[in-house]
Design a protein around this ligand. Sequence first.
Ligand code: AMP
Ligand code: MG
Length: 328
Amino acid sequence: MYSLGIESTAHTFGVAIMDDKGNVLANEKDLYTTEEGGLIPFKLGEHHVDVCGKILKQALDKANLTLKDIDLISYSQSPGIGNALKVGCDVARSLHILHNIPVIGVNHCVAHLEIGRLRTGMQDPVLLYASGANTQIIAYDGGKYRVFGESIDGGVGNFIDSFARELGLGFPGGPKVEQLALKGKNLIPLPYSVKGMDVNFGGLFTNLTQKIKSAKYTKEDLAFSVQETVFAMLVEVSERAMAHCGKTELLLGGGVACNNRLQEMCKIMCEERDAKFASPENQFLVDNAAMIAWLGILQYKARPISLKLDEIDIKPYLRTDQIEVYWR
Ligand code: AMP
Ligand code: MG
């Protein structure tokens, strides 16, 4: 069985093809980037429309398949930016109409967790999902992926990108901040904001903009201190979730999880509590269509029912913990 997945929740338009044994035949994407400034929703939509045909063809060519070989289309239905989601949804709908292929809508956050389980072989992990728009600590309990903690303002990636923008770096800022941080020498005290199981970054951001304006600190020290502070917040809530749930595996997901320092800090925490730590390869950490194709397979095998034409829609605000996990 071949599943074609379409990702378009935010900056990435991706198409991937997977088989039901978990092999990735193609995982193609085009990322919307800027030299300066952030994401503008309607421009994201335009970008995705511009690249969707090319990426679809690229994926089929790479897998050496045609649309006639595809048994299932899955697309990211939730959550995300409406303008961006709409493009992936329209591509799925068109393929369904033209080629009569069954369609499944999947939740992007859950897809991060399932591709992580597939690639690492973890059974029942706590997921630290640290991406652009989303920052959640997720674990399976009673038929759902529950959110045990999260950012109560923006996602950690968006926060790092905003910080990078203040320093005059373009989008995405995360990798540039990571490089700068390697040259930082001094830890500058910064607001550390953990409220129970939740985190937030707003106060820290305001504090940083003042520090940048004051010109008293080097960019390198600021980048270093930002990473040390926010990653410590994330590791703290992840550890507490593991302790509360009695789970012994920590899995990473999301683009920020590509950061080597965050991975190192998670690894140290897990070693200290005799837990396992793992992270899939970077191409499956950032937004990618392989995870959408894979979750489509899991869902369709458990419930082989295609969405009807009028159900092929977008749900920008649907949360991780609203999804019924009927395939586990
Ligand atoms: P996602 O939304 O999961 O695709 O992740 C995108 C986010 O990951 C953006 O905010 C990037 O700045 C961030 N990101 C990517 N690579 C890194 C890195 N090495 N360190 C920190 N953040 C990163
Ligand atoms: Mg994501």
